[in-house]
Structures are given as C-alpha cells and as structure tokens.
Design a protein around this ligand. Structure first.
Ligand code: UD1
Length: 398
C-alpha cells in the first residue's frame, strides 16, 4: 500500500508525525515476506520559516519531506491555487493508493481536491481530524473542513461531536471512524523530552507563575478595533503575572502595521508591564511553556486540545469552538473577543482549577488505530475503494 501524506502548516506536523511513526511500527512488526506500507511525505510549503517548519521536523523527528512544493504565502485563492497546481504532478507521479490529509488548513483542502478529481485511479482520500465544526463560515478553516470532509472517503474523528456533525451533513456512518487525536499522540510521546527543555531558564520564568498567550487568527489580529479589544482584555492579567507571547509572523506584522507596540513594551513596574513578545517556539519548547503555564490564553484550535490533555486552564479568544469536548470535559473556556468577557473568563480560570478529564481515546494511540484501520482495509482486500463504498470497514477503531 502506498500512502501519500501531506503537511503544509505548523499545526499539521504534530498531527502527521504519529501516523508516519505508526506505519514504521507496523512495517517493523510484519516480517520481511509480508505486504508493507510505504509513505511519501509531501510538504506544501504553506509555512516555510525555520521556526514555523524546520524546528518542528527536528523536534518531532519527522523524516525530511520527499517533496517540498514551496507554495508559500498569498491570499487564500493564490495560496490554494498554487498548492493545487504544484501538487497535481507530484500526485500523478507518486500514484498512491491512499492520500492522507490532516487538519483544516489551506493545504488540507487543496490536496484533497486534487486527489478527488484524479482519474482513472482515484485514491482513497483520508481526512484525519474530520468533522470538527465551529458553525462559523466566516472562518477559512471551517470552509476547508466542510469541503474536505465532503470529498473524503474515510473520516477519522477526534471527538464524538464530529460524528454528529458529519452525519448531519449526510456522510454515511460507515465512512466515519472514531480514532482519537493524533495531536495528543505527539504530545504524549514528547512530554518527557519537553521536560528537558531550558526554555523557562532562557526567559527567566518560574513554573506556574506566568501566562502564555498565542494570537494569530485573521479575525483577531487583522483589524485594529478587534486586536485592541483583546489587548485591553488582557490588561488586568498582565499586572498579575508576566504574559509570554510567542508571536506568529502574521501577528508580528500586524502589531507594526497597526501601531500597537505600546502594549508590548517592558514597563517599569508590574502595573505598567507589557506583554512580553518572544519568537515563535519549536514544538518541545512550546510544550514545556504550556505545561508550566498558570494559564494559557489563545485563539488557536490545537492549543485548546493540548491544554486539556495537560490539565492546564485555557481561555480561548473566540466566540465558538469546533472542539466542544475541551469545554465540556476539558480545561477550556470561551472568553469571546470582547474586553469584559475576556477579563471575566481569565478571572474564572485563575481561581482554583475546576475538575477536568481527558477526552475519550486521547490516549496516545490514535495513529496506531488509524494505520490499523488502513492496513486492514488494504491488506485483506484488493479493492479498497469499493470496500469503503460498500461500508465494509470497521465502524469504530477501538
Ligand atoms: C494558517 C492556517 C490556520 C492555522 C495557522 C497556524 C489556513 C487558512 N490557516 O494560518 O488554520 O491555525 O496556519 O499557524 O490555512 N508567514 C510567514 N512565515 C511562514 C508562514 C507564514 O512569515 O512560515 C506569514 C506570511 O505573511 C503569511 C502569514 O504569515 O501571509 C499567514 O500565513 P498563512 O499560512 O496564510 O496563514 P496562518 O495565519 O499562518
């Protein structure tokens, strides 16, 4: 079985790495004589800065991509089109049995779309982290999620809300597999190594005495009014504890363009202390920063899940989440995007922690289930596409 796995942007790397490792494990368990799985790794180049990409390959021990498309940045249309154009010939040459796309970035949809229109040998299209819905179609990621799911053949989900969402959109139940969360596989397998990180010493931080902030969503940082509202919402917090802010390149540009530098100046007392910007961090250093934070404030999708897995309180700077399990059983609360709501949520999260638990199947074995399902589908069957179509796959990979 030939699998082509696509990565493109920062949050893809930790979702794909465990799948590559699980294939390695699968191949090593099977004898020399048996059928094996081969992987081609394609990096679209949606993210390309060393700190946004290379650092993650090193920390996650990802193999060097077999193909780097170098698609780069641009408007949504430009970026998506560039990936499609560059991916098609690579896809045709590789001619895989299975395409695996992860998450909800532009690379996810662009590459799924290429594969969906390939004739005559269309591959099985697998979407890992399918079915998440914010129900907010102004988010580009929501468009990517809905469309990718519609053209995928096998949809691996991370939480039960995703099963309901997919069924509402007419996806037949036999294409949906509750496998768990590969991002949490990466977290569990990296936790020990993250403990050896010197990131706290480097930035002079003490465990549980700082807040960690990330902010990059276009809706939050592209427009001055929205950005200022959030920064004002953090005003009280920054007088209580230092706020450490690894800055995404998009946000860095916006801070300059919108003239918001004053919020980030060191200040001569805790009352006047600014938010402390640091460069984007690699995977292990960031994991260490999350684990030791008293509170995480973010507009990221993945960080809502990682903080739940780590048991660290999280305030999400959005009105909605496509990951409701992090609010229902995890450590996440929605702070919204208005100053008073954010302050209220932060106050609540600074009081003694409420009880939380780890969501079902977030146990570090999601990728093994995914590869197990794919192997079963292919190695016992010569016609995997028909197998998916006729519903002969396992309904739950438990
Ligand atoms: C993308 C994803 C988003 C994900 C985020 C994680 C989409 C629609 N969005 O958003 O879901 O949460 O990645 O980071 O796919 N830039 C650099 N260097 C880089 C990459 C980006 O300087 O290596 C700058 C460029 O100015 C670029 C901007 O950041 O235009 C935005 O990058 P882009 O990939 O378009 O979107 P993200 O905001 O990173």
């Amino acid at each position: 079985m030939k699998i082509l796995i696509v990565v493109g942007a920062r949050p893809n790397f930790m979702k794909a790495a465990p799948i590559i490792n699980a294939v390695r494990e699968f191949n090593s368990i099977r004898g020399e004589w048996s059928k094996k799985i081969s992987v081609t790794l394609v990096h679209t180049g949606q993210h390309y800065d060393a700190q946004m990409s290379d650092a993650f390959f090193a920390d996650l021990e990802l193999p060097k991509p077999d193909v780097f498309l170098g698609a780069g940045s641009g408007s949504h249309a430009e970026q998506t089109a560039e990936i499609i154009k560059r991916f098609e010939p690579v896809f045709q040459e590789t001619d895989p049995d299975v395409l695996v796309v992860v998450g909800d970035v532009n690379s996810t949809l662009a590459c799924a779309l290429v594969a969906a229109k390939i004739t005559p040998r269309r591959p099985v299209i697998v979407h890992v982290e399918a079915g998440l819905r914010s129900n907010d179609r102004s988010m580009p990621e929501e468009i990517n999620r809905i469309l990718t799911d519609q053209i995928s053949d096998l949809l691996f989900v991370t939480e039960s809300s995703a099963i309901r969402n997919l069924q509402k959109e007419g996806i037949p139940p036999h294409k949906i597999v509750f496998a768990g969360n590969t991002m949490i596989d990466s977290l569990r397998s990296s936790e020990q190594r993250a403990e050896t990180s010197d990131v706290l010493q480097r930035f002079g931080l003490e465990s549980k005495s700082y807040a960690l902030l990330t902010l990059h969503r276009a809706a939050n940082v592209d427009e001055r009014g929205a950005f200022v509202e959030i920064l004002e919402g953090l005003g009280e917090l920054r007088t209580l504890v230092p706020i450490i802010f690894p800055v995404h390149p998009r946000t860095q540009k916006q801070i300059r363009a919108l003239g918001l530098e004053a919020y980030f100046s060191p200040g001569e007392s805790s009352e006047r202390r600014g938010i402390r910007m640091i460069p984007p961090q690699g995977y292990l250093d960031f994991l260490c920063l999350m684990k030791n934070a008293r509170l995480v404030v973010t507009d990221s999708g993945g960080i809502q899940e990682e903080t739940t897995a780590l048991g660290v309180p999280c305030v999400t700077l959005r009105d909605n989440t496509e990951r409701p399990v992090t609010v229902q059983v995890g450590t996440n609360i929605l702070g919204g995007i208005k100053c008073s709501g954010i302050q209220q949520a932060i106050r609540l999260q600074l009081t003694p922690a409420r009880k939380s638990k780890i969501p079902d199947l977030w146990d570090g074995r999601a990728a093994a289930r995914i590869v197990g399902t794919l192997a079963e589908l292919f190695l016992r069957n010569d016609a995997p596409r028909q197998t998916v179509e006729s519903g002969q796959i396992q309904q739950n990979a438990r």
